[in-house]
Ligand binder design. Structure first.
Ligand code: CAA
Length: 246
């Protein structure tokens, strides 16, 4: 039977590449998008004009109630969710000296609370059906820290603590929980870094001297979602061109 894959922040960047990969593999693909995203319907029309057949639902991942309502609607209209990719995330990069409480809260709420808010809606169903995949998109900067990212690195590192703990709790039920930690991938988020900083501080750290491609991350998501990956659980898989090895 066709599996349902739900990708938060599925429009643009990594999320879009992940949706495209799932569609190619025959999943029923659902992307969530921020209710403030005025381009969502345009995106959906343009993707579906290429034959992808995506579904899209507004969801404020910061709000538990919004996630609950969104997932309930998806389940009602499309069936239970087999794969959840917690991909939605933002940056508010600045040195800690300049960072306000609002900058801290915005990133922790969007990048970490969202993982609780969404996972909570799907995990019990996965356990009941004895099959499920939860994939948390973290970051190399959650593993090694990054100048100007105390908020982002804290959220992304927290995500992996969540992964490891939940993986223990659901391991016997055919549900796996894993983290992917991409390095610098050629998305809008990375291209927002000032070119001078990218060229002088970041690219020199990457042995391959290039940014990663969204499709490279999507391929890894596809693997973790597959039956073949049933024994991969609680892992944090790096995909960073050799920028950080441990
Ligand atoms: N490493 C070391 N020193 C750095 C640095 C870095 N990466 N970036 C800046 N500095 C230094 C500057 O050279 C400067 O030094 P001097 O005072 O001696 O000249 C000092 O720090 C202060 O610099 P700024 O005045 O530019 O500080 P700022 O607060 O205005 O800007 C910043 C700092 C916003 C963090 C900017 O450096 C920046 O955007 N850095 C990129 C952060 C980053 O990597 N973000 C990742 C986004 S992509 C992503 O998050 C996806 C993913 O998962 C990988």
């Amino acid at each position: 039977m066709q599996k349902v894959a739900l990708v938060t922040g599925g429009m643009g960047g990594l999320g879009e590449a992940i949706c495209i990969k799932f569609a190619a593999l025959g999943y029923k693909v659902v992307a969530t998008y921020s209710p403030s995203n005025s381009k969502a319907q345009e995106w959906l029309r343009s993707m579906n004009s290429m034959g992808y057949g995506f579904k899209a639902y507004p969801c404020d991942v910061v709000s538990f109630d919004s996630c609950k309502a969104c997932v309930e609607q998806i389940v009602k209209e499309l069936g239970p969710i087999d794969v959840l990719v917690n991909n939605a995330g933002i940056t508010r990069d600045m040195t800690f000296k300049k960072m306000t409480k609002d900058d801290w809260d915005a990133v922790i709420h969007t990048n970490l609370d969202s993982v609780f808010n969404m996972t909570k809606q799907v995990v019990d169903g996965m356990v009941e059906r004895n099959w499920g995949r939860i994939i948390n998109i973290s970051s190399v900067n959650g593993q090694k820290g990054a100048f100007g990212q105390t908020n982002y690195a804290a959220a992304k590192a927290g995500m992996h603590g969540f992964t490891k703990s939940l993986a223990l709790e659901v391991a016997k039920k055919g549900v796996t929980v894993n983290t992917i930690s991409p390095g610098y991938i050629g998305t809008k988020m990375v291209r927002a870094i000032p070119q001078e900083v990218l060229d002088s501080k970041i690219l020199p750290q990457i042995p391959m001297s290039r940014l990663g491609k969204p499709e490279e991350v999507a391929g890894l998501v596809a693997y973790l979602s597959s039956q073949e990956a049933a024994f991969v659980n609680g892992a944090n898989i790096s995909i960073n061109g050799g920028q950080h090895m441990y």
